[in-house]
Ligand binder design. Structure first.
Ligand SMILES: N[C@@H](CCC(=O)N[C@@H](CS)C(=O)NCC(=O)O)C(=O)O
Length: 201
C-alpha cells in the first residue's frame, strides 16, 4: 500500500486528494512541521526535510505534482489528459502553474506570516501578495465560462491549482479572489475527495 508522509496544509494534500478521488488505499503518516527542526528522523526518508514524500514499495517520490501523476497512472485513474487528447495543452499549463507559478509567492507569504518574527518584513509580504494576485488574475481569466481548468473535466491540474487556492484560504486571501476563482474554489472544496483529504491534512 502507498504511504504518504504529510503535514496539515502542506503539498501532501495534493497527493491525498488524488488518492481519495481514485478511492485508492493508502497509509497516511503524519510528520511534525517543519521536519528539519521538529522531526529530524524524517531526514532519512526525505533528506531535504520537505513534505510530501510518497513511498510505493521501492519507489520514492518527493515532488507533489509528480507524485499525483504517479498515483493516477498506477491506479488506472482518469485524472490526467494524455498526449493527443482534447485539453492536453491546458492540462500541462495549469498542472505546472499550480506549483511553479503560484507556490513561490504563496511560500513567501507563509514564511512572512508564520515564520520566525525576526525574518518578517512587511514589504516582502506585500510584494508577494501583489505577485500572487497578478498570477491569480490569469486563472480568473482562464476560468471565464469554464468549470475546470483543462479538458472540460476534473483533472490533476485542478488539484495542483486548487491546493494553492486552499493555502491562500489559510492566509485569509479569499476576499481577494475574483468571482470566477472564488466560485471555482467553492466547487473544488465541495468535492467529497477534497473534504476527505483535507480532514486529515
Ligand atoms: N516542489 C516540492 C516542494 C515541497 C515543499 O516545499 N514542501 C514544503 C511544505 S508544503 C516543506 O516541506 N517546507 C519545509 C522546508 O522546506 O524545510 C513539491 O511540490 O513537493
Amino acid at each position: 500500500m502507498m504511504k504518504v508522509y504529510y503535514a496539515p496544509f502542506a503539498r501532501s494534500l495534493r497527493i491525498l486528494w488524488t488518492l481519495e478521488e481514485l478511492n485508492a488505499p493508502y497509509e497516511p503518516v503524519r510528520v511534525q512541521f517543519p521536519p528539519r527542526l521538529a522531526q529530524p528522523d524524517y531526514l532519512h526518508i526525505n533528506p531535504l526535510g520537505q513534505i510530501p514524500t510518497l513511498i510505493d514499495g521501492d519507489v520514492k517520490l518527493f515532488e507533489s505534482v509528480g507524485a499525483c501523476e504517479y498515483v493516477n497512472e498506477t491506479n488506472g485513474g482518469d485524472l490526467a489528459i494524455a498526449p493527443g487528447q482534447p485539453g492536453r495543452a491546458d492540462y500541462l499549463q495549469w498542472l505546472w502553474y499550480g506549483e511553479a507559478t503560484l507556490m513561490p509567492p504563496l511560500g513567501t507569504m507563509v514564511r512572512q506570516s508564520f515564520g520566525p518574527e525576526e525574518g518578517r518584513n512587511a514589504t516582502a509580504l506585500g510584494e508577494a501578495k501583489a505577485s500572487l494576485l497578478e498570477r491569480l488574475a490569469l486563472v480568473e481569466a482562464h476560468l471565464e465560462g469554464r468549470q475546470y481548468l483543462a479538458g472540460d473535466r476534473f483533472t490533476l491540474a485542478d488539484i495542483s491549482v486548487a491546493y494553492g487556492l486552499n493555502l491562500g484560504g489559510m492566509l485569509r486571501l479569499t476576499d481577494d479572489y475574483g468571482p470566477n476563482v472564488a466560485a471555482y474554489f467553492e466547487r473544488m472544496k465541495a468535492r467529497p475527495a477534497f473534504q476527505a483529504a483535507a480532514a486529515q491534512a
